[in-house]
Design a protein around this ligand. Sequence first.
Ligand code: GTP
Ligand code: MG
Length: 335
Amino acid sequence: RNLKWQMECRSDIYRHNAQFHSIYESLIPPEEEKVKQKQLLTLLEKLVCKEWPEARLYLYGSCANSFGVSKSDIDVCLAIGDADINKSEVLLKLADILQSDNLQNVQALTRARVPIVKLMDPVTGISCDICINNLLAVVNTKLLRDYAGIDVRLRQLAFIVKHWAKSRGVNETYQGTLSSYAYVLMCIHFLQQRKPAILPCLQGMRATYSVTVDDKKCAFFDQVENLRDFGSRNRETIAQLVWGFFNYWAYGHDYTSSVISVRTGSVISKLEKDWTRRVGNDRHLICIEDPFETSHDLGRVVDKFSIKVLREEFERAADIMHYAPNPCVKLFEPY
Ligand code: GTP
Ligand code: MG
């Protein structure tokens, strides 16, 4: 009887794993989307160069960090060497230029936390946000992409987690839940602390890549092709990791005193960061240290209402992974 039960459990695990794999596969953007993104970037480069010949455009965010699912918008950073420029003026000028080239829905949002120009390209159908001189985002995009190159399970886990967060309505920073960037950092942290570890701590290794951005030194090991075997001692499957991830955030994380830190590859204490009380609007109810802007808590958007929502969602997901006969359906049910 016991053996029969064990066999059934095992076949369930295989079945769930296959289902998670196919969800992951279905979220991967097709190659033609990449081609269209390049096409739009080339057009933007041509337009920008006429006005600012020295400027450069970089893709960042999910279109460049390898965590972009199909049909995502693209994030572009316009790097203008001069640090003293007036960003609002540049954005308004840029909006003017783009508007006169038949790009649609062009809007300059000069008062946003990160000021941007938004646009839609009618030829490729892609929407795009352009920000100015946000080079830290370009560097953290590279860090995330490099982590993704070490073990495919990171990309699989992050796709599932992002898909879950969007389905459950907990990927909305303006409503006090977390950004996609925060979720990917949570996945990296989770795989760093897994035993045996599936990911190393790139910022704790000999630096092979180093840049200084806004007076912050950003240095880490980036020869990730040499780390492809790193996680091979850990044989956990994607279904097990999805379960482990939600279990960690539902029942394993110490919300009262811990900060997760991809920079150090471990958890550090709130006390050490002086993140123990509310300062201004930063409540530090879930603490996720930015790998380069270390005074920046990506959980700062979370308030006393949304922390409850988040933790209930983590518990719901963990319980589904534990008990539900069909976790892959139930997990992503719209809220
Ligand atoms: P989706 O658009 O949801 O697929 O994900 P995304 O990876 O584009 O994430 P998001 O829109 O949350 O952020 C875009 C990029 O901006 C991230 O990849 C980061 O590089 C950067 N970013 C977002 N939020 C922050 C933040 O609070 N601090 C810093 N330093 N960078 C951020
Ligand atoms: Mg984005």
